[in-house]
Design a protein around this ligand. Structure first.
Ligand SMILES: CC(C)(COP(=O)(O)OP(=O)(O)OC[C@H]1O[C@@H](n2cnc3c(N)ncnc32)[C@H](O)[C@@H]1OP(=O)(O)O)[C@@H](O)C(=O)NCCC(=O)NCCS
Length: 530
């Protein structure tokens, strides 16, 4: 009869028990093979019997049988689409404790959404948008078509394409006051900070898009309202980005031209001064379009997860895109292309590659543009970008740092440290070189990532709005802090060291705006201790 084991096993069990009891048998937890049932265990379902515990078998091969060794209770947990529902674990509890929580810092093995948008096989180095290989799309499609595919699920027919293109190109103008706001940034403001702020400010120019003013569930209920914001966000992102750039270089803003393609219009707004009939170079337009396709989506990366998280509160999509852009800004994510270029400039020449890699292995430096949470193989986007880089060099001249990048890649891929950890070049490794060859300033690189990623963010936002199982995102924590304490008034607290001292919370770095003269000056509020 009964199945038994003191630990969980991944072995498949037959449905028929040894003694003829349907669905019950004894399994050795180490080998996974069936063993005779000890007499002591017979009939004691859910109880320990020596080394064994009797658990019921299940006809459902797509399930887990979990034994809680604290209580000897047995649970059947359903497996669906290769996953188990975290909520099923809440029923696993002791008499006085809460249900079991799943602890997963950094969401390393937690699926927070069911999605049909992008598929990645990180081991095989495969990336597909709605089932289409990224290589195919980069070669044959364009960014507008890919945006449609991501957002609406299918490649558009001619009429759909034409309407979508028209709508986007007729939502490219931004409110004049938003342009004024962009002008109010400091002359050397980081363009990504400007982009994030401009995006956030955009929500204030469209009160009819604000759920707080209209209807809390407007985006869940009305696809037409969703579409309007999709057109606006795709249309206005390049305009906002170009304004951030033009402000930095002190040139007047160009108004969008809706007779140009999406990327040609962007380059026009960036670069035209007063020339009539200004036309960006077609090779650069095409290269940028391919880069936009490659960056359009990457399933639940940090910024897309942020988009879904913020959107789950039903806030307007401008605020959610501002938050997603902020997540993208970080050097571990979209800021990596900027960091790669600074790293390559720091290495300077091929001769310095090996010493630099030694520093990486000694944990003194990080090899930016290498490694990925999902890819444990060559990032397919990096391969395409490397090819496109040479097409750009033909027009704009060779970027000398490419030699450093290639030598770095070759040396890293031959080194055990990187091989063992499956660290390969990611999308950011070569994109910065193309951007540099095209003459974009280094701090503009993350903005060039953000513009196309708006399409992916919107695809996920729309999918989440339409999900009948949609809920506000609210993860749980494992609280390890102090128990209840009584408040101690300031005068009664000890002067000795405490945890806050150890964390050096009150130490600060010097602001770069304090001059040497101010540092040595004295004044009325002078406090030498700080
Ligand atoms: C992308 C990234 C954040 C993924 O992080 P992750 O999934 O948490 O992976 P881990 O940080 O756990 O890395 C696993 C191991 O590889 C090492 N590693 C990962 N990326 C590395 C890099 N770029 N340089 C050197 N070592 C790296 C880690 O130190 C760790 O080593 P250990 O196991 O000996 O401690 C990380 O690879 C990284 O920081 N890369 C550089 C930034 C970058 O290019 N980001 C753009 C991503 S598209």
């Amino acid at each position: 009869m009964p199945p038994v084991s003191t630990t969980t096993t991944t072995q498949t069990r037959p449905n028929q028990g040894q003694s003829g009891s349907p669905g019950l048998q004894v399994v050795d937890p180490t080998s996974g093979s069936a063993v005779p049932l000890p007499a002591s265990a017979a009939g004691k379902k859910g109880e320990r019997a020596g080394n064994f515990i009797v658990v019921p078998g299940s006809d459902d091969a797509q399930s887990l049988t979990v034994v809680d060794n604290r209580t000897n209770k047995i649970y059947q947990i359903k497996i669906e689409n290769g996953s188990v529902a975290a909520l099923d674990f809440t029923k696993i509890k002791t008499a006085d404790g809460p249900g079991l929580r799943l602890y997963d810092p950094g969401f390393q093995n937690t699926a927070v959404a069911q999605s049909r948008i992008t598929f990645i096989d990180g081991d095989a180095g495969i990336l597909q948008y709605r089932g289409y290989d990224i290589e195919d799309l980069a070669e044959k499609s364009n960014f507008i078509e890919v945006s449609y595919l991501l957002i609406y699920g299918e490649l558009p027919n001619k009429a759909q394409y034409s309407q979508f293109h028209h709508e986007i190109m007729h939502h490219t103008f931004v409110h004049l006051q938003l342009a004024e706001l962009m002008k109010s940034f400091n002359y050397d403001a980081h363009p990504m900070g400007m982009f994030i702020s401009g995006m956030s400010a955009m929500s204030t120019f469209h009160p009819e898009a604000n759920p707080a003013l209209v209807n809390n569930d407007m985006y869940v209920e009305d696809p037409r309202v969703r579409n309007k914001q999709i057109f606006r966000l795709l249309g206005k992102s390049p305009t906002l980005a170009a304004y951030a750039y033009r402000h930095r270089i002190g040139r007047p803003y160009n108004q969008p031209r809706n007779d140009l393609s999406y990327t040609a219009n962007f380059l026009y707004m960036m670069d035209r001064l007063s020339e009539d009939e200004y036309e960006p170079h077609p090779v650069l337009v095409k290269a940028l379009d391919i880069l936009f396709i490659l960056h359009a989506d990457h399933e639940l990366n940090c910024s897309t997860a942020a988009m879904r998280h913020i959107g789950s509160s039903h806030v307007d999509p401008y605020s959610a895109v501002a938050g997603a852009s902020a997540a993208l800004y970080g050097p571990l994510h979209g800021g990596a292309n900027e960091a790669v270029l600074r790293m390559l400039e720091g290495i300077g020449s091929v001769a310095n590659v090996i010493p630099f890699l030694e520093q990486v292995k000694n944990r003194e430096k990080k090899l930016m543009g290498f490694g990925h949470r999902v890819y444990k193989n060559y990032d397919p986007r990096a391969r395409i970008i490397r090819r496109v880089a040479y097409e750009v060099f033909e027009v704009c001249g060779r970027e000398p740092l490419i030699e450093v990048a290639i030598a770095l890649e070759k040396a890293a891929l031959a080194d055990d440290f990187f091989v063992q950890r499956k660290l390969y070049p990611n999308v950011d490794f070569y994109s910065g070189l193309i951007y540099k060859a095209m003459g974009f300033p280094t701090d503009f690189f993350p903005v060039l990532f953000a513009i196309p990623r708006v399409a992916g963010w919107l695809a996920h936002w729309k999918e989440a709005c339409e999900d009948p199982k949609g809920k506000i995102w609210r993860p749980r924590q494992i609280y390890l802090g102090e128990g209840k304490r009584s408040y101690v008034p300031l005068d009664h607290r000890s002067e000795g060291r405490n945890a806050a001292d150890d964390m050096e919370v009150l130490q600060t770095v010097q602001s770069r705006q304090i001059s040497k003269r101010s540092k040595v000056a004295t004044h009325k509020n002078f406090r030498s201790s700080l």
